[in-house]
Design a protein around this ligand. Sequence first.
Ligand SMILES: Nc1nc2c(ncn2[C@@H]2O[C@H](COP(=O)(O)OP(=O)(O)OP(=O)(O)O)[C@@H](O)[C@H]2O)c(=O)[nH]1
Length: 525
Amino acid sequence: MGFKEEILKRRTFGIVSHPDAGKTTLTEKLLLFGGAIHIAGAVKSNKIKKTATSDFMEIERQRGISVATSVMGFEYKDVKINILDTPGHQDFAEDTFRVLTACDSVIIVIDSAKGVESQTRKLMQVCRMRKTPVIVFINKLDRPGQDPFDLLDEIEKELQIQVTPLSWPIGNGDVFKGIYNIHKENLCLYSASVQTIQDGIEINDIDSDELDSHIGERSASKLREDLELVREVYPAADREAYLQGQLAPVFFGSALNNFGIREMLDCFIEIAPTPLPRETEERIVSPEEEKFTGFVFKIHANMDPNHRDRIAFVKVCSGTFKRNTNYLHVGLGKNLKFSTPTAFMASKKSIIDEAYPGDIVGLHDTGNFKIGDTLTEGEKLHFKGIPSFSPELFKYIENADPMKSKQLAKGIDQLMDEGVAQLFVNQFNNRKIIGTVGALQFEVIEYRLLHEYSAACRWEPINLYKACWIEALDDKELEDFKLHKAQYLAKDKWGRDVFLAESQYMLQMAQSNYKKLIFHFTSEF
Ligand SMILES: Nc1nc2c(ncn2[C@@H]2O[C@H](COP(=O)(O)OP(=O)(O)OP(=O)(O)O)[C@@H](O)[C@H]2O)c(=O)[nH]1
């Protein structure tokens, strides 16, 4: 197979959801279609349950598992599909945002009873920023849920995207009868007891009695009414609009019962984008370019505390990645070669000789990589689009063991490279502030510093509302701001100016007093 065909064959996407909506279950069922796994239950959830907050062994164990489940590849109808799994727990949402930067499209799972939840909203915000094509899977139709029209309304309103249903549910909960596949114009009947996947029944004319004979008169007339309304209210499927991130096809089903998934998967391989061009600070890189480029979007620490090595996940953006070949690590300005690059097929890892655009390669790393690093065949490129978000929680980190200050500094450095949390250094007093999305991260950092770096840390409270990246439209105003707010200024890991706002009021005051400064909640603007 030629290089071009290899690219056209690939679809790399992420599955995201609010915890418990059914992401892991859906992933597992998708893998079953690919024949990548043969039994249900083979994919472990990498969820960290709330009850495990202080159970560090559990966290460690989970971290180990999610190395294998972070990336899963499988083939379906001659298409090579790479699924990127994302942590469900919101304390690790930052990790999810970064994984999204390596996806060419996204499937969002929504619980039909709960509708759009907080995490979904946040994740969609990232997709919108990046104009990522999105497919929505409304799950758990076997349980009582909301009216489908209400759900679609909520999705449009809350996620700010137009939708077009491509399948339609017939009832839900105890009276769930199946779905009508609008895309293919056929009927799939649901049976809680029969889990094998049935072929859809072709219904050429939904006004025919045939429909009644399958689902009963009442459901048939309700379905006809619903479909008429669907046609009137929602735009027709439009691949271009989907690819632009403006229109989300919606499917209904039950992941647990493997129902409604094939319909989505068949549509997915038809419409989902092949590997997309990527923006770098210097130029746009097209996947068809001959020379290899890629970037690190995730770093995973290994389980074994005696070996400090980690796995850096690299998304291949262009050209062919080859084993044992020298590549330029642009950040370090140094050539590196990799003798054991790994690919992830379902839950097993294997060493590969080559990888193509769209693929994810795992590289053993002894501390060379940080998130966002670029590898090329010599060109100095910097891939854009790895955002940091203003954390929700902040604490000063202090050294609790003066004999180990070097270890602590190194540990903090490496954990930040991994993207476990964000470090801000206050420019006024030089104190280090760690910002996280959730409380669990502080515990993880403390635990890992101790066990992986033999360093002890202590947390001290700091009263902060937000850390905002400053964009100055006027240098004078920035200077003036820095002079007056010296105590509240910090640098992030990249040396960018950050304003530490103690309260919403303080931020609003800054915004109204300094009109030519823009305060951003994400580092990418
Ligand atoms: N009734 C029903 N339950 C489902 C369905 N899909 C998933 N579940 C259940 O919902 C719960 C959560 O499913 P998971 O797949 O673990 O959810 P998740 O989104 O991966 O959760 P996180 O890993 O926390 O993000 C599990 O108990 C599943 O068995 C479904 O279609 N119907």
